[in-house]
Design a protein around this ligand. Structure first.
Ligand code: NDP
Length: 309
């Protein structure tokens, strides 16, 4: 009995090595063809094709290789009561926070402008944007959102955040629910999206909502590309309402060669690298799930299937 690892499009070897190191007694198969179907207890995957899970009669859980599970919970033949887990890696939160900070400060501290001046040999100083005009608005106050909040707080940038259910977090002005979103947007000079992709968050950042941001705002998306209506973002950048966008995730990854995001002067684009969970942590959490299920205990890091994250 063991683990079927279906890591595509990510390479299997680092995950398989980490699983074997974490549990030398547990067989790890890296393709459906090599796995005896009735011996698979756990499928570990990033995305899944329909038709895989129904072939595995003794499956106990589906473990995501990542924090986001949007490519797994939508699989049409996912058994309704199968536990699904996701990765919660504190270092991943820290990495995302580093990324968001770097991206936001690039704009709030004018580093692109100064890079342009340096290239032309120009010594010219501009006023520093006051912290009162660097109010951070976090969409998502989960593991990632809270790590980002902790990173901004020492910079004196006021931090507010938005979640589905009400939260109380020290040092963060908390908003909850759809009705509170306009108010949060209206006071966000730096809007950071750290939301999971669900039916509710798909297409959330459209023209109507992005227009509520203060003029000169910066948008950072580390959630999922499908949450951003990219043509609406482009229009607001072109019209001057938004001053910049930091994009780690895209509606289509990679974007087409002629996509506007490659060349837009107000866009800082990266190939979904804001954070990479450690292979050892991913493996340890998967093995923990297996051991718990074998012992009749519920897994940790369970996804709420009804909420979709
Ligand atoms: P969590 O589940 O810990 O937190 C999700 C947060 O989003 C919660 O605060 C939740 O609210 C909030 N939320 C979800 N749906 C809604 C909604 N409809 N309205 C308002 N708030 C909502 O997830 P993580 O913080 O660990 O990860 C978040 C996402 O970040 C991942 O799903 C993934 O897409 C992305 N990510 C991106 C990476 C990258 O490299 N770019 C790496 C890792 C993650 P509540 O508190 O009420 O539950």
């Amino acid at each position: 009995m063991g683990i079927l690892l279906l890591s595509s499009p990510l390479p299997a070897a680092p995950f398989a090595d980490a699983l074997r190191a974490a549990a030398p007694d547990v067989p790890v198969w890296t393709s459906l063809d090599e796995a005896p179907p009735d011996e698979v207890e756990i499928v570990m995957a990033w995305r899944l094709q329909p038709g895989v899970l129904p072939r595995l009669p003794n499956l106990r859980a589906l473990c995501s290789l990542a924090a986001g599970v949007d490519k797994l919970v939508g699989v049409p033949d996912l058994p309704p009561t199968l536990p699904v887990t996701r990765v919660v890696d504190p270092m991943q939160g820290v990495q995302i926070a580093q990324y968001v900070l770097a991206g936001a400060l690039t704009f709030t501290r004018d580093l692109r402008r100064y890079a342009g001046q340096q290239a032309r040999g120009i010594w010219e100083r501009h006023p520093v944007r006051p912290v009162q005009q660097c109010r951070v608005g976090l969409l998502g106050l989960g593991a990632v959102g809270q790590a980002i909040a902790r990173a901004f707080s020492p910079l004196a940038y006021p931090v507010a955040g938005w979640s589905r259910r009400p939260r109380e977090l020290p040092g963060i002005q908390c908003f909850a629910g759809d009705g509170a979103l306009p108010q949060l947007l209206g006071q966000s000079d730096i809007l950071v999206c750290a939301l999971p992709l669900t039916a509710e968050t798909r297409g959330l950042l459209n023209r109507e909502r992005l227009s509520l941001l203060p003029r000169g705002a910066i948008v950072v998306n580390v959630g999922r590309g499908e949450q951003m209506v990219e043509p609406d973002l482009k229009a607001l950048l072109d019209e001057g309402h938004l001053a910049g966008a930091v994009m780690d995730v895209f509606d289509r990854e990679p974007p087409r060669p002629d996509d506007w995001t490659w060349t837009h002067p107000k866009v800082l684009a990266t190939p979904h690298i804001a954070a990479q969970a450690s292979f050892d942590t991913v493996a340890a959490q998967c093995v923990d799930t297996l051991r718990r299920l074998r012992a009749g205990q519920p897994p940790q890091w369970l996804v709420d299937r009804s909420a979709g994250y």
